[in-house]
Design a binder for this molecule. Structure first.
Ligand SMILES: Cc1cc2nc3c(=O)[nH]c(=O)nc-3n(C[C@H](O)[C@H](O)[C@H](O)COP(=O)(O)OP(=O)(O)OC[C@H]3O[C@@H](n4cnc5c(N)ncnc54)[C@H](O)[C@@H]3O)c2cc1C
Length: 490
């Protein structure tokens, strides 16, 4: 920690970029901590981020709803164990309204540039608006920028075509011949939801996926009433689910753990017991270990893909033609609708926003190789700038809300040092970031993610861009900043 001169307390002007789950959380927690000058910039016209943009049939959370919610806004009304997307979107909008977050949001304003000069951040937005802030919190999301596949002739396809995160609800899928590219969580949810509505469903699979079977029961009126009348019971459920998912998180960072073995056994039994045609079963059998890619949670995918009108295509896509998609085996799959469930640019983070730190050092300079940040939160030479769900943070089958809450509590402690006058500028030192990165890449070697699959977790070196330690360690590290890791400027 560099020596600093105490400067006395001051009121901070704080900008939050993004009004998704993390941005809403930021405003609520900042206000609780007594910060009144908070402005949120949201490029869209509503809150909700992921849950505003993804409206495809079958969308639901894949961690239980009683965990995938803020710890300070527990909801007794969740309809199912894994509630549908529109319900989750309503939840975020309601929490934002109930906590009076909306008045702080400037909708329709994308932050296009932010520069640190004269000890403050100067922001510019897509509308030409300019403003100056002491602190910036980037809550811009991870799975935000759709990734489109490179398929020859895609523009020639004469039917309707869209990315799953841009679902076109004007297109009729009922009775149509629908093709889906991709086999991630989204594709699996879509297949299960639409197979009984379409005339023919073609799933183009490049990589088979392990599927963890999970029923999705509805909560009864009695259960909801019990949660309503006893919030303590809900809090207990939230806590016990967090513990259970903590165990899962611990299992995936140790490829030889008994926990991973249990996951593998459950996925294998699901495949063996529930896919009846041996030839189809082999085509659905992954060639890598369960949880190496993000584990897919579904109680109905295998049933759906075995419907008479469903077809699993494993021959590689060669090109798109006006009437459909042709695969390497020469077959033309005629389609009315083509859905690209091909995921997101998971390393885009805040970009294309232009970010300029101290002395003209830009984010493009800093991230020329790949995104990195000390503990996913702070970047050297970008003082008073903090990220939620930034690069290399915990990813996996657990609640990113819990992750964001823990990260925010940590960020708030740094912000407090700016407010109470301990320092005027704070950012991680390069030495701390490099040491963290070296330890992280070393620890990643024993995780399940590096056991022989290709996934969006892996960076250009094949190193998982993720937190490779236990969730308990994440909680502990987030509980209080180690100030030696920071450069404090008086
Ligand atoms: C289909 C799908 C299902 C998922 N299911 C789960 C799940 O079950 N459990 C789980 O934990 N996570 C899940 N996730 C991850 C999910 O993204 C996070 O849980 C969470 O919603 C992220 O919230 P966020 O606020 O950090 O980011 P986002 O929801 O992506 O919100 C970011 C916001 O920032 C805005 N923004 C971005 N850049 C700018 C800019 N320059 N200027 C102004 N505004 C900007 C965006 O418009 C957006 O509103 C899922 C993701 C997807 C895509």
């Amino acid at each position: 920690m560099a020596a600093v001169t105490a400067t006395g307390p001051r009121e901070l002007r704080i900008a939050v970029i993004g009004a998704g789950m993390s941005g809403i959380l930021s405003v609520i927690e900042l206000r609780k901590a007594g910060h009144s000058d908070v402005t949120v910039f949201e490029k869209a016209d509503r809150v909700g981020g992921t849950w505003r943009e993804n409206t495809y049939p079958g969308l639901s959370c894949d961690v239980p709803s009683h965990l995938y919610q803020y710890s300070f806004a527990l909801d007794a009304e969740w309809s199912r164990r894994f509630s549908p997307g529109p319900e989750i979107f309503d939840y975020f909008e309601r929490v934002a309204r109930d906590h009076d977050v909306m008045r702080s949001i400037r909708f329709g304003e994308e932050v296009t540039r932010a520069e640190f000069a004269g000890g403050r951040w100067h922001l510019e937005t897509s509308t030409g608006h300019r403003d100056t802030f002491d602190v910036v919190i980037a809550a811009t999301g991870v799975l935000h920028r759709p990734r489109y596949p490179v398929i020859a002739g895609l523009d020639d396809f004469a039917g309707a075509m869209f990315h799953s995160a841009r679902w076109d609800h004007d297109v009729t899928i009922d009775g149509a011949r629908v093709g889906i590219v991709g086999t991630g969580s989204t594709a699996v949810q879509i297949v299960s939801a639409i197979v009984d509505r379409v005339d023919h469903l073609t799933l183009f699979q490049r990589t088979a996926q392990w599927i963890m079977p999970q029923p999705n029961p509805a909560y009864t009126d009695e259960e909801k009433a019990a949660y309503r009348s006893d919030p303590g019971r809900m809090a207990e459920l939230h806590r016990s689910l967090a513990d259970a998912f903590g165990l899962f998180a611990n299992a995936i960072v140790d490829a030889s753990s008994p926990g991973i073995k249990m996951i593998e056994d459950a996925c294998l039994a699901n495949l063996e017991d529930n896919v009846h045609d041996p030839e189809l079963r082999e085509r659905l059998r992954p060639t890598y270990r369960a949880a190496c890619k993000r584990l897919i949670i579904s109680g109905d995918f295998y049933g759906a893909i075995q419907r008479p009108n469903a077809e699993l295509v494993t021959s590689a896509i060669e090109l798109a033609e006006p009437s459909g998609v042709r695969t390497a085996d020469g077959v033309l799959h005629e389609l009315d609708v083509l859905v690209l469930a091909t995921g997101f640019e998971a390393d885009a983070f805040m970009r294309p926003m232009r970010l300029v730190g101290r002395d003209g050092w830009t984010l493009d300079d800093e991230w020329a190789q790949r995104p990195n940040a000390y503990l996913s939160i702070s970047i050297p030479d970008f003082p008073n700038f903090f990220m939620l769900n930034g690069p290399n943070g915990p990813v996996g089958n657990f609640s990113l809300i819990e992750v964001a809450e823990l990260q925010f509590a940590y960020v708030l402690q740094l912000v407090e040092m700016l407010r109470d006058g301990t320092c005027r500028e704070i950012s991680a030192t390069r030495a701390a970031m490099d040491a963290h990165e070296a330890a992280r890449t070393e620890a990643a070697k024993t995780t399940i993610w590096v056991t022989g699959c290709n996934s969006w977790y892996l960076d250009d070196r094949g190193v998982p861009a993720a937190w490779p330690w236990t969730f308990a360690r994440f909680r502990e590290v987030m509980s209080a900043p180690v100030l030696d890791a920071y450069e404090l400027v008086g």
